[in-house]
Ligand binder design. Structure first.
Ligand SMILES: NC(=[NH2+])NCCC[C@H](N)C(=O)O
Length: 326
């Protein structure tokens, strides 16, 4: 059910205050499952490499990380922490594309600055879900490894993790890392939509173009990579702050202390830890996400098959009220 919800979220677009949903074909169910599993497995190596203790490193790189996890925690170890993204991504994607479209309509003019501002607004609002979701994911992924071995069975699952943190630390506790999440997501989503808008315009993604879908996939994948590269160092600090305390001992006294300790111990390279697996994941996941949403919006604008006389619009332009017929 959660897998279909995941694809459902990419198809649920807020259009003119009415939510329209297209039929989700069965084969998209399995694409959603693969997308979520691919997402979670690469998210796992990203966090493990970002947070591991440099004095006693467990992993030498992305591939060694996969090998070690399969050998020490079985193939199921790769799916640690999959629960929270499976639940959270449903609502995050729906919020992101709904808010971005609404803000673009409010801003009126489709310009690069407005694309960046609308994306930043979407990235800021979705942090309400993204921060607790990534806190649970990070803690589930880190428990039972390295110096966290003693916490092997501390949390039963992602929901149990959030409930325990809430009972012990209240609302502040489940929003640990919110400042760094906002510092990462607001600019990242601005670049996410700005890059996609610029690339789809320069590639000329027109409905009657035989290469439209490959161009949409390329533009979406590059937008995901550009957005992660834009604020990746902030993501490393966020992961370290959210993992802090899993073994019971708090290592950092806040964001600045985490930055200073990390840089002092490991140099500037610390801010690229886990970047390979992040970029390996960012391209296909965002290629699929943006292509699906764009094709859906084209369908809603009546630019689909057989409709040739309409004026091609920017890829992410929302349909006019009279076109939203669902
Ligand atoms: N932190 C970011 N780069 N956010 C923008 C991309 C978000 C996208 N849902 C992904 O997970 O790749």
């Amino acid at each position: 059910m959660i897998h279909s919800f995941h694809i459902f979220s990419v198809c649920v677009i807020e259009v003119r205050s009415s939510v329209c949903v297209i039929e989700v074909r069965v084969d998209w169910y399995w694409r959603g499952t693969c997308c979520c599993v691919f997402n979670a497995v690469l998210f796992l190596s990203q966090v493990r490499l970002q947070v591991q203790n440099v004095d006693k490193p467990l992993y030498r790189g992305t591939y060694h990380c996969f090998q070690s996890i399969v050998r020490q925690e079985s193939i199921l170890g790769l799916y640690k922490g999959i629960g929270s993204p499976m639940m959270g991504l449903t609502f995050i994607n729906a919020i992101v594309f709904g808010v971005q479209g609404t803000v673009m309509r409010q801003l009126g003019r489709d310009s690069p600055l407005n694309q960046f501002l609308a994306g930043s607004a979407a990235g800021t609002i979705q942090c309400v879900i993204c921060c607790p979701m990534e806190l649970a994911k990070t803690r589930m992924q880190m428990q039972g490894t390295g110096e966290y071995k003693s916490t092997r069975k501390h949390y039963k699952n992602s929901l149990d993790c959030l409930v325990r943190i809430y009972r012990k630390e209240g609302v502040w506790g489940i929003n640990r890392g919110m400042l760094t999440t906002l510092a990462r997501e607001a600019p990242a989503f601005g670049f996410y939509f700005l890059t996609y808008d610029c690339l789809t315009r320069s590639l000329g993604c027109e409905p009657d173009d035989p290469y439209m879908i490959p161009k949409l996939l390329l533009a979406g994948g590059m937008s995901g990579i550009a957005s992660w590269l834009s604020t990746y160092p902030v993501d490393v600090i966020k992961s370290r702050l959210q993992a802090d305390g899993v073994g019971g001992v708090l290592q950092y006294n806040g964001i600045l202390d985490c930055v200073q300790q990390s840089y002092r111990k490991e140099g500037w390279r610390v801010f690229t830890r886990g970047l390979t697996s992040t970029l390996l994941r960012a391209f296909p996941v965002n290629a699929a996400t943006f292509a699906t949403v764009t094709l859906f919006l084209m369908y809603m604008r009546g630019e689909g098959e057989g409709v040739k006389d309409c004026e091609p619009a920017p890829a992410m332009q929302q349909p006019q009220p009279q076109q939203s017929s669902l």
